[in-house]
Design a binder for this molecule. Structure first.
Ligand code: AMP
Length: 171
């Protein structure tokens, strides 16, 4: 990368809750050349090449998933927070580093493709990605891996995951 990726991640202590250091990835988007380089790097790994489609996680995962979909010409579907998606949904609840949430995927969209690369901005405890992976697997579809910009290694999420992880920055 032209700019060190670490310099483009801003820390916000005690957000959204006391004790959480929120890693803000948005400054990357203000550096289009660095953003473009990052997407190229994310597109290079085997799990991305192997996937038939990309599945992006609400909401910051959409930023990177959409760019990756555009760059690789792979179709993209989304996993969204409650109340956002119309139609028949498959939903699941999960625990977050700071709370509880649930994600939904449109049934119709999951029928179309057999293997998925999951894309998000950050891997913390792994609860979010596990939730998406479980929905995919329950539909007898394959997860080729997880691609994230940042991984918080101290939380040991990788131990819980049965698929490969590609992160551009480990903190
Ligand atoms: P987890 O399920 O714990 O792996 O959390 C990952 C999801 O929560 C991602 O969608 C992140 O956007 C968000 N997240 C969790 N922890 C943080 C953090 N410290 N800074 C920024 N985003 C976070």
């Amino acid at each position: 990368m032209t700019t060190n990726l670490k310099k483009l991640i801003r820390d916000y202590p005690d957000f959204p809750k006391k004790g959480i250091i929120f890693k803000d990835i948005l400054p990357i988007l203000q550096r289009p050349e660095d953003f473009s380089e990052l997407i190229k790097k994310m597109s290079k790994n085997q799990m991305c090449l192997e996937a038939e489609a990309i599945i992006s996680i609400d909401a910051r995962g959409f930023i990177f998933g959409t760019a990756l979909s555009f760059f690789t010409s792979k179709p993209m579907i989304v996993a969204r927070k409650p109340g956002k998606l119309p139609g028949d949904l498959i939903s699941k609840s999960y625990l977050l580093e700071y709370g509880e949430n649930s994600l939904s995927i449109q049934k119709e969209s999951l029928k179309k493709y057999n293997s998925y690369l999951i894309v998000d901005d950050l891997l913390a405890t792994g609860g979010t990605v596990l939730c998406v992976a479980e929905i995919i697997k329950e539909q007898k579809k394959e997860v080729t891996g997880l691609s994230v910009v940042v991984e918080l290694a101290g939380l040991n999420a990788r131990k819980k995951l049965t698929f490969p992880v590609d992160s551009q920055l480990t903190l």
